[in-house]
Design a protein around this ligand. Structure first.
Ligand code: NAP
Length: 398
């Protein structure tokens, strides 16, 4: 019988390890032999080493290697190292899996379980107002309808008095207890006139304005919406930048003191997937939407820094059937009203940028995780399809 290693008070820890190691080799039955090491031997060695060296440094492993005479130890060490690497990889994999699960759970909570908290802006007043820019049509009109549905009075903003009046009539027919006002201001000229902007703010001064929806944007009806940059006129560039970047910034700037005074208040801006991915033939629009997101996010933190009770939320939007872009509704392309509802449901979610409509998050959240080359190929084929659709439509209706 082999003698078991013993410990006396004078032995160093390393001496005890050596003895245990030799014992393990002996117990495996191949000490000092040249025959290949048996599995039981290696397992016995690994058990001893694991016990002592789970967290050992590589120097310890080197010491152990030096103890061996026939390579058994080296092979054992390799196995231990492999086992350690596998354990480390499994731990990293486990952590990554847990992180992904947590992300999935938070998406499920955001879209399906979280109660909407927009009511906080109507509390304590029977007459709370929301201004929706570009609300004579499309998603803006959807916002006006949803806000009426949720108990807010609405200021409809647009450039066409007749269209705005028609929307006002429709809203009052459906929600007669609400109050509706109209604000006529062409965003393209208004943005260049400090006096016009101030006049707009003055018109709303008497209202308990708590919500500003910066919905205006897109191409303002400009056709074709998809065109190579070199073929664009300078007015086209200004139009995209003014509608999607400058006007939301300026109207917010002049209304901000009132919103801060009336806090808690909300500034919700409508962004686009084009600000997230490369958008060939719509590069200026995409750049303006990227600005819109960065601006909104920065303003959100500025409100925190200044101690103002103003929530600033940027909504990422994929394809939506709207006034200027009527589309066949499908899983990935909701109606304007549905898009507005999903957006208002996200108010108070604690984020500064959010995909409001979950199929858009599924669609573009997945695409955005793909390798760049694959993502770009997919985006390009989607854009070319849209461009072809627009060109065919323009040929039919000159
Ligand atoms: N539809 C989509 O697939 C989609 C996708 C991503 C993001 N978005 C974003 O969603 C927002 C709304 O888009 P939408 O598709 O609903 O647009 P839309 O149907 O074209 O409606 C735009 C609204 O803005 C008004 N407007 C346009 N130019 C104006 C100006 N110069 N001055 C004042 N009002 C003006 C329009 O008034 P008129 O009625 O007089 O034209 C209309 O009320 C935009 O920010 C857009 O970038 C849309």
């Amino acid at each position: 019988m082999p003698r078991r290693p013993t410990t006396n008070s004078k032995s160093s820890v390393r001496e005890v390890d050596r003895k245990q190691f030799r014992y393990a080799v002996f117990a495996g039955g191949c000490r000092n032999s040249r025959q290949p090491c048996r599995t039981e031997t290696l397992e016995a060695i690994i058990t001893v080493i694991r016990g002592r060296y789970c967290s050992a440094s590589s120097k310890h492993f080197a010491d152990m290697d030096a103890l061996t005479t026939n390579g058994i130890g080296t092979r054992a060490m390799n196995l231990v190292r492999q086992t350690s690497v596998m354990t480390a990889l499994a731990s990293v994999g486990g952590l990554w899996g847990a992180y992904q699960l947590q992300k999935l759970a938070s998406v499920v909570y955001l879209h399906f379980l979280r109660p909407c908290s927009i009511d906080q802006y109507a509390k304590g007043s029977t007459s709370t107002w929301a201004l929706v820019t570009g609300s004579s049509d499309g998603i803006g009109k959807g916002f006006a309808e949803e806000l009426c549905q949720r108990g807010f009075n609405v200021v409809l903003h647009g450039r066409n008095q007749t269209k705005l009046q028609a929307v006002k009539t429709q809203l009052l027919e459906k929600w007669p207890q609400r109050e509706i006002r109209i604000l006529v201001l062409d965003a393209l000229t208004g943005v260049r006139s400090a006096a016009d902007l101030q006049e707009a703010a003055n018109q709303l001064e008497d209202l308990n304005l708590k919500i500003l929806v910066n919905n205006i944007g897109g191409s303002g009806g400009l056709k074709p919406a998809w065109l190579p940059l070199a073929q664009r006129k300078p007015e086209d560039t200004s139009l995209f930048l003014d509608l999607n970047a400058a006007f939301p910034t300026e109207i917010t700037r002049v209304l901000l003191p009132q919103l801060i005074r009336n806090g808690p208040a909300l500034i919700l801006s409508v962004g686009s997937v084009c600000g997230e991915v490369a958008s060939p033939y719509a590069s200026v629009y995409a750049g303006a939407k990227a600005y819109n997101k960065a601006w909104s996010r920065s303003l959100s933190l500025e409100m925190v820094a200044e101690g103002h009770n103003v929530e600033v939320l940027n909504i990422l939007v994929g394809e939506v059937s709207s006034g200027s872009q009527p589309q066949e509704l499908n899983f990935f392309c909701p109606s304007s009203r549905r898009m507005a509802k999903a957006s208002l449901d996200k108010v108070g979610c604690g984020k500064d940028v959010v995909w409001a409509y979950w199929p858009h998050q599924l669609q573009f959240g997945t695409i955005l995780k793909l390798p760049r080359a694959i993502m770009n190929r997919m985006i390009l084929s989607m854009v070319l399809e849209e461009k072809a659709k627009e060109e065919n439509g323009m040929k039919k209706k000159p």
